[in-house]
Design a protein around this ligand. Structure first.
Ligand code: ZN
Length: 296
């Protein structure tokens, strides 16, 4: 069903990276700058991410001996340096996710560039090196984003939903590697409810959310895909939910079919396969060329 499955390392049938976007209160300050300081309960819900959930998540990763990827807005790295330092100390990857979680496709040309550079600068100050990856806040990648990411030397993007396996985005500036996911792998639909944030969804149990995520995992293992949850510490790191996830990671590892890795290592593996000719990626163009019939 996947026409060009990736040859994953060690004979794994599927690559997996549990990506966690540590947004904290950036989503309050970007959406409601006038009111954010008065939204104490909403802020407490979001601060649960860096203060309570991240240490718990790191314990699980240490328990299983896996390294994963966190996407952190620059503002959050400045506000919660201890959370980012703990991620780095344990060998995890920290990638960029806006400065104050600004959706790029709502910004003008100069503002998109300024926010990207400010996001990178904040991470460089704490990491001592440039982040390898980017995820646009709320997946709101703009028509300029791919070229900007290439210009700034990013190894991969993780904002788009165009395939089950990695693919390349062709731009006039070069080609960007995309490591895709999709809304069905996101934890906002099953877990986020906040009347103050104007997001009122029926909250699901962790077991119900995992029904879908496990179904995706089995399919990706069967056909050689890439399994990338897009989760948030303040949602998925809640006690009962993370208890379930802790158990499910154990079940995934027991299958012996999955390669858990940080996104930058998946990107590096895919680039090696492209270079040695063992895998041929699909190439998408963004923005799409006009008046050109596109081959699927
Ligand atoms: Zn986010």
């Amino acid at each position: 069903m996947i026409r060009n499955p990736v040859p994953w390392p060690g004979g794994a049938r599927c690559a997996a990276s549990l990506t966690l976007d540590m947004d904290a209160e950036s989503i309050l300050y970007v959406a409601q700058p006038e009111r954010a300081h008065r939204m104490v309960a909403a802020a407490s819900m979001l601060r649960y991410g860096p203060d309570v959930a991240v240490p718990r998540i790191l314990d699980t990763y240490a328990h299983y001996g896996i390294r994963q990827t966190f996407f952190v807005p620059g503002w959050c790295a400045e506000r919660y340096p201890y959370a980012v330092e703990a991620m780095l100390r344990a060998g995890h990857e920290v990638s960029a996710h806006g400065y104050l979680h600004e959706p790029p496709n709502t910004l003008g040309d100069e503002d998109e560039r300024r926010c990207l550079e400010r996001a990178m600068d904040a991470l460089v100050r704490i990491m001592g090196e440039k982040p390898a990856g980017w995820r646009a806040p709320v997946y709101q990648f703009s028509h300029r984003s791919a070229a900007l990411l290439i210009e700034h030397g990013f190894a991969y993007d993780a904002s788009l939903m165009g395939d089950d396996v990695p693919y390349l985005i062709d731009t006039p500036r070069g080609r960007l590697l995309e490591l895709p996911s999709q809304w069905g792998m996101d934890d906002w639909p099953p877990f986020l409810h906040s009347s103050e944030l104007g997001l009122e969804m029926p909250i699901q149990s962790a077991a119900r959310a995992w029904e879908g995520w496990w179904e995706e995992f089995e399919a990706m293992c069967e056909y050689g895909g890439l399994w990338v949850p897009v989760w948030h510490p303040f949602l998925s790191g809640r006690l009962a939910r993370w208890r379930t996830t802790h158990r499910m990671i154990g079940r995934m590892l027991e299958t012996g079919r999955v390669w858990f890795a940080p996104m930058r290592e998946i990107a590096a593996h895919v680039q090696r396969c492209i270079t040695d000719g063992s895998w041929v990626p699909r190439i998408d163009a963004y923005p799409p060329a006009e008046n050109t019939s596109r081959r699927p």
